[in-house]
Write a protein that binds this ligand. Structure first.
Ligand SMILES: [Zn+2]
Length: 283
């Protein structure tokens, strides 16, 4: 089957520039759960990159502003200079882009079944990807997801009924995203790692960062055990005191709650209350 395209009218959330963009029609044919997320790169509509949310009829449901972290030209240059032939984060960035990389990492760490739509399945690439993720994972990580490639033209025939699955396309489309949190944790992880040129050190940094995330999750579980509930602000303060670390951000707490809910018990994060939320409920 040849790829057919659907035109979608897009408007930049920053400068309001408008343009029609072409998206593969079969992105919208499958019954999907939640919105499709697309990273619109800079210079496609205007000079701003942003994230576009579409429903499964191709209707625009919203936009999100983003900052550019990488100069892809430079990442590609660094890759050329890379002495060893070892597969690294830079390879994934150059091939799939940052947006798909953050989602792949999130799917892997948080254990969501992941499907990667491919024009042509590259078994060596998927293998290298999984090998790298295994290498940078601390022992504590427990169960992680596998990455299953699906040929794009066969996509229409496949019934992906799992609403807990992550579906990505290498063009930078997040066809189905099973979580509602953002990928700020993964963005910071990649940013920190790419500041380091040496690959072994880079891999160690990623492993340490994931390990610290899990240490924070385990500490929160321990702190929640004896209490019925706790306010998020108190939890953030106590966690910093207990681990002798800076206070975590609200985004980080959202990611930790999601991780604990998926990897341990969904009841545990429900003990964390939000003062503003409680106040609103009283009104
Ligand atoms: Zn713009």
């Amino acid at each position: 089957m040849s790829l057919e395209y659907q035109q979608v009218g897009v408007k930049c959330p920053i400068c309001a520039a408008e343009k029609l963009i072409q998206l593969p029609h079969n992105l919208f044919e499958q019954k999907k759960f939640g919105n499709i997320k697309i990273q619109v790169p800079e210079h496609l509509v205007c000079e701003h990159p942003f994230i576009l949310f579409l429903d499964n009829k191709g209707i625009v449901r919203g936009y999100e502003r983003i900052d550019v972290l990488f100069d892809f030209g430079k990442v590609a240059e660094d890759l050329k200079d890379q002495k060893s032939k070892e597969f690294s984060l830079r390879d994934i960035l150059v091939r799939l882009g940052d947006f798909v990389l953050y989602h792949l990492l999130h799917g892997y760490i948080f254990n969501y079944q992941t499907y990667l739509l491919c024009q042509e399945i590259d078994v060596a690439f998927i293998g290298a990807l999984e090998k790298l993720f295994t290498k940078v994972s601390p022992l504590k990580i427990g169960e992680t997801s596998s990455i299953t490639p699906i040929e794009f033209h066969a996509y229409d025939d496949i019934k992906l009924k799992d609403k807990d699955a992550l579906i990505l396309s290498p063009e930078g489309y997040v066809v189905q995203c099973p979580w509602s949190s953002n990928t700020e944790f993964e963005r910071q992880l990649v940013k920190q790692a790419l500041d380091i040129i040496d690959l072994d050190s880079q891999n160690i940094v990623i492993e340490k960062e994931i390990e610290n995330f899990i240490v924070q999750a385990e500490k929160i579980i321990e702190m929640l055990k004896p209490v019925k509930s706790i306010y998020d602000t108190d939890l953030i303060k106590n966690l910093a005191d207990e681990l002798m670390q800076p206070r975590i951000s609200d985004n980080r707490l959202i990611a930790l709650k999601e991780y604990i809910g998926r990897k341990y018990d969904p009841k545990i994060p429900k003990k964390i209350k939000n003062k503003v939320g409680e106040f609103l409920k009283m009104l």
